[in-house]
Design a protein around this ligand. Structure first.
Ligand code: PDD
Length: 279
């Protein structure tokens, strides 16, 4: 596989980052994951706008223009023959002697991109079967709106889910669901789709923005507000969204079925609309 590191396209085994990189030492970096379907890069502009915001919130600038980033995405997709898959992008504050204070602003940032091939990404059997979710307390830091590479707690959450025989975890804070370990969380009650409002407590999902727009265009009711686990337990259906799963139904929460225990019609319709509009 060819990867991009700081201006060079290299075989992955030749790509190197300093042991002093602040991404490695302090998780001082941000990332984006963009999906590719049939060779087409989805929601590129949304991901780029969020990337710029994440960098700004951490006092970093955009080291490359939108067009330069798009050219890198396209070259990696082409050179690696990606039909369906993902492009991962990471930008850190660069390498400097270990110090909690940020280094000189002239320190070159590290920019890394690589692809992951996922044949049949949109045909996941999970879309037919639905996901099993457990709930766990949200023990992440308070700025989840910034897409940092500080992913240890989400990783632990995924392992807790696996240990419980589930696929993923929804995190809760002050009695309300924030989001999934790497996705936004939704419930459906009657004709209304409920998902947490934007704020520092969740990542502002690019798929979330697109799906809510499509839902409103299709005259579905949308409420952006926090919901409890009890509400989720009594919902008619539930689902998640992310760049890597699109819209994925949730059929079980903490061992109990949601609604009929089968993927629901709203999730199925939104998945279909999202994939149709994006491809
Ligand atoms: N995760 N919430 C969290 C905590 C996430 O990590 C993600 C994305 C989302 C969904 O955002 P989007 O729709 O822009 O992908 C919500 C990516 C896919 C990942 O970490 O692999």
């Amino acid at each position: 596989r060819t990867v991009y590191v700081n201006g060079d396209y290299l075989p992955e085994e030749d790509a190197k980052i300093s042991v002093f990189d602040r991404g490695f030492l302090f998780a001082d970096g941000v990332y984006e994951v963009t999906s590719v379907l049939g060779g087409k890069i989805l929601d590129f502009d949304g991901h780029t706008v969020r990337l710029e915001r994440s960098l700004k919130e951490l006092g970093m600038g955009m080291p490359l223009s939108r067009d330069e980033l798009l050219a890198i995405h396209r070259k990696l997709v082409a050179d690696n023959g990606i039909d369906d898959g993902l492009v991962y992008l990471q930008i850190t504050r660069g390498a400097a002697d270990r110090d909690f204070a940020y280094p000189d602003p002239d320190t070159p940032q590290s920019v890394v991109l690589f692809t992951q091939s996922k044949p049949g990404l949109a045909e996941s059997p999970m879309a037919k079967e639905g996901m099993k979710i457990i709930s766990i307390p949200d023990e992440r830091w308070g700025r989840r709106d910034i897409k940092t590479v500080q992913l240890l707690y989400p990783s632990m959450g995924k392992m807790m889910a696996k240990a419980a025989g589930a696929h993923d975890a929804w995190m809760t804070e002050d009695g309300h669901v924030t989001e999934g370990t790497s996705n936004n969380a939704y419930i459906v009650k009657g004709n209304t789709i409920v998902t947490r409002h934007l704020g520092n407590e969740i990542l502002h999902g690019i798929t979330r923005a697109a799906v809510l727009r499509f839902a409103r265009e299709a005259q579905m009711q949308v409420e952006e507000r926090a919901f409890t686990l009890d509400e989720a337990a009594e919902a008619d259906e539930a689902f998640i969204t992310s760049a890597s799963t699109f819209v994925m139904p949730v059929v079980e929460l903490d061992g109990a079925p949601i609604g009929t225990g089968r993927p629901g019609p709203v999730a199925a319709r939104l998945r279909e609309i999202y994939l149709d509009e994006s491809r």
